[in-house]
Design a protein around this ligand. Sequence first.
Ligand code: HEM
Ligand SMILES: *[C@@H]1O[C@H](CO)[C@@H](O)[C@H](O)[C@H]1NC(C)=O
Ligand SMILES: *[C@@H]1O[C@H](CO)[C@@H](O)[C@H](O)[C@H]1NC(C)=O
Ligand SMILES: *[C@@H]1O[C@H](CO)[C@@H](O)[C@H](O)[C@H]1NC(C)=O
Ligand SMILES: *[C@@H]1O[C@H](CO)[C@@H](O)[C@H](O)[C@H]1NC(C)=O
Length: 327
Amino acid sequence: MRSSFLLPLLLFSAISLCNFSKGQAGLQMHFYKKSCPNAEQIVQNIVWKHVAGNPELAAKFLRMFFHDCFVRGCDASILLDSTANNTAEKGAVPNGSLAGFEVIDEIKTAVEEACPEIVSCADMIALAARDSVSFQFKKPLWEVQTGRRDGSISRASEANVDIPSPFSNFTTLAKQFASKSLSVKDLVVLSGAHTIGIGHCNLFSNRLYNFTGKGDQDPSLNPTYAAFLKTKCTSLSDTTTTVPMDPGSSTSFDNHYYVNLRENKGLFTSDAQLLTNGRSANVVDKLVGSGGNFFNAFKNSIKRMGHADVLTGGAGEVRKNCRVVNS
Ligand code: HEM
Ligand SMILES: *[C@@H]1O[C@H](CO)[C@@H](O)[C@H](O)[C@H]1NC(C)=O
Ligand SMILES: *[C@@H]1O[C@H](CO)[C@@H](O)[C@H](O)[C@H]1NC(C)=O
Ligand SMILES: *[C@@H]1O[C@H](CO)[C@@H](O)[C@H](O)[C@H]1NC(C)=O
Ligand SMILES: *[C@@H]1O[C@H](CO)[C@@H](O)[C@H](O)[C@H]1NC(C)=O
């Protein structure tokens, strides 16, 4: 009688103990508080210094974080340079306009000077994304848990598959996010990042000139907006011109992405697709209504994104130079 009670109890304790130690090895607030107390401040200082003179940098870091997390998890694989034997993620097709790598180098140098081999490059990306977007508010917009470790593998071939395409439909996008434990809500909320930054013509001009191969326009694109875009992107072969994704406020981080989207002014097919699913469209409607809802939702979703397949504890390494694995 007694032992039949005891066994489940023991099992239960074993399971909770297991969860507990897993939690300890996971990410936490201020992971470097003792080991490198100034780390987060150093990152913020350098990022704010650069964003002050170059507001477009916020979009670069936010996208860099997304691309890092979607290939092999948030492990700074996006920062590794290609080698004689390996084309890294940086060399992949969807790398277009990735930037900010020199600023990460500057951060790494400063943090290594303060505390050698303590702070991972993966955490620097997560912090730089937060701090660059937050600069215009002069306060952190979301919490960043730290304790990520750096990976040693970076393959263009994986980025080509794992980075969502602007031409993808809703089903594909939802699947790709689900593979990172991100929900349809996360997909819609994180797409709100397109409230800042730019897009290249060739990534959406099929919607203007040849949507179904008959020289037609995407009927789901606002005709007035399409006419405007055609004045910027004058042919299907234009691969260099860029347009703001949120015209009029493309450096201001706000919920205006959803206002555009509701007017059928989402720039990419992947944006427009968020209106084609009932659940997803519902989330869009909630976020159109209130900027406060967006900020709150974004805090939670980007935190989840930042946990994607992270290396922690003894896994991975802390790179000395973010561009190369330690020898
Ligand atoms: C839902 C799937 C997504 C797709 C298909 C997608 C696709 C794209 C594309 C094609 C561009 C334009 C790149 C260029 O032309 O240079 C872009 C820009 C951008 N994306 Fe996304 N994206 C997605 C989700 C996200 C997420 C989750 C984030 C971050 C949380 C993000 C942040 C950004 C930012 C900030 C830019 C502007 C970059 C710049 O100004 O250089 N995107 N995205
Ligand atoms: C590339 O591969 C060759 C043969 O496998 C190896 O000898 C060489 O060290 C590698 N070079 C780099 C930069 O990894
Ligand atoms: C992106 O990849 C192309 C080749 O596909 C390469 O020419 C370009 O330099 C890469 N961009 C970056 C930022 O590495
Ligand atoms: C979405 O795209 C995928 C991949 O291109 C395709 O297999 C699928 O049939 C599409 N789904 C819908 C509903 O169009
Ligand atoms: C439009 O698409 C069709 C089918 O893919 C293609 O045959 C045609 O050449 C395209 N038109 C232009 C102007 O590129």
